[in-house]
Design a protein around this ligand. Structure first.
Ligand code: NAD
Length: 352
């Protein structure tokens, strides 16, 4: 395997691996390890070029630094991508090769699941390196992060409710959820249990029907869901849904959901704010999953009670973000970056 370093300003280490035998072509970006070893998922995608893959891994690894800094997981930010078609290119040799690539970084990058990578793939990676998280609960690992992401989001929604109406109660709040998969579906149930009026929307009709039959949620089509008058619109499907075309359609008082990278561009958070809509920055409110995984790395190993205690801090983190936004008169996404960079600066100052 040939491993080469790519120099990128502002990143601690970016490396490329090419292995003819297994067909591996992969990149790992370690953005920042000030707060601890970098952790971020492994993604497999049929990128059109290495430049496209590099753009993705750089953006995602920086995002992980911010997310972990705000969530105080004791971790830094990193990410890895495998270039290739997940439908046709997965093999034992490929993931063993990826494991050796990760191992070559001696623990400054720790991997987990991301798009198109599942536990069976990571189990092969683990044959070559110990720097793997998010494996089965039965093996002492932290298991599926989705329920914890949903739980963290619910806790964050209480901070949102308080910011809107001075009360953390979600009873009677009208919430529209786009995407009721692993996270959005669990969130819908938790919200209903908290007394909220939940409307769901998903392109997967079977999933919608299943949830409607079981819990009696109201349903709206994907075309119409943005225009539904509600207190909170919760994007839990895919990223980039909030943009110049969709913002004028919003009829909510707050925007708060689990989907990553909800804003097509960072400037859209300011446009949302100008419309008087409160935005809970995605990486602050959806940190439950990464917090749960990070507990695996504590000296005592994974402990669900500890994970839950730490996930509860999402409430305080969002309150801080809203405070900074008000105090400095800036959009909440800029406020979250400020909170993350203050924590990074404090850690750097303490270590000097
Ligand atoms: P998932 O694939 O289980 O669910 C996504 C759901 O969205 C699916 O049911 C899908 O049919 C639906 N969907 C896709 N496009 C849609 C559209 N245009 N309109 C309506 N519904 C649509 O994924 P997930 O694990 O629930 O993750 C959801 C989002 O949360 C993703 O953006 C993910 O990156 C983010 N996230 C997930 C976690 C986690 O722990 N799983 C953690 C942090 C962030």
């Amino acid at each position: 395997m040939e491993i080469t370093e790519i120099q990128v300003d502002g990143y601690e280490k970016v490396v490329r691996a090419r292995d003819q035998q297994s067909g591996l072509h992969a990149l790992i970006a370690v953005h920042d390890t000030t707060l601890g070893p970098s952790l971020g998922g492994m993604r497999m995608w049929p990128y059109a070029s290495e430049d496209e893959a590099l753009f993705d891994v750089l953006r995602l690894s920086r995002g992980m630094t911010l997310k972990s800094a705000v969530a105080e997981t004791g971790l830094g930010g990193g990410k890895s991508v495998i270039l290739g078609d997940p439908k046709s290119m997965k093999s034992e040799a490929l993931f063993r090769s990826m494991g050796r690539f990760i191992d070559s970084l001696d623990g400054i990058y720790i991997t987990a699941e991301d798009m198109n990578i599942g536990i069976p793939d990571l189990e092969v990676v683990q044959k070559e390196t110990r720097w793997v998280t998010g494996l089965k609960r039965s093996e002492g690992s932290s298991g599926n992060p989705s329920p914890y992401t949903a739980e963290g989001c619910l806790i964050g929604l209480r901070a949102v409710a308080e910011e809107l109406d001075g009360d953390t109660s979600l009873a009677g709040k009208k919430v529209v959820i786009q995407g009721v998969g692993a996270v959005g579906g669990a969130l819908a149930v938790l919200l209903k249990e908290s007394g909220a009026e939940v409307t769901i929307c998903d392109i997967n009709e079977a999933r919608v029907k299943q949830l409607q039959d079981e819990y009696g949620f109201d349903v709206v089509s994907d075309d119409e869901h943005l225009s539904v008058e509600c207190d909170i619109y919760s994007p839990c499907a895919r990223g980039a849904g909030i943009n110049d075309d969709t913002i004028p359609l919003l009829h909510c008082r707050a925007l708060a959901g689990c989907a990553n990278n909800q804003m097509l561009e960072p400037r859209h958070a300011a446009v949302v704010r100008d419309r008087g809509i409160l935005y809970a920055p995605d990486y602050v409110i959806n940190a439950g999953g990464i917090i749960n995984v990070s507990v695996e790395l504590l000296p005592g190993g994974y402990n669900e009670a500890v994970a839950r205690e730490q996930i509860a801090r999402i409430y305080d983190n969002l309150k801080k973000v809203f405070e900074i936004s008000r105090r400095d008169d800036i959009p909440t996404n800029t406020a979250a970056e400020r909170l993350a960079s203050d924590r990074l600066k404090a850690a750097r100052a303490a270590s000097n």
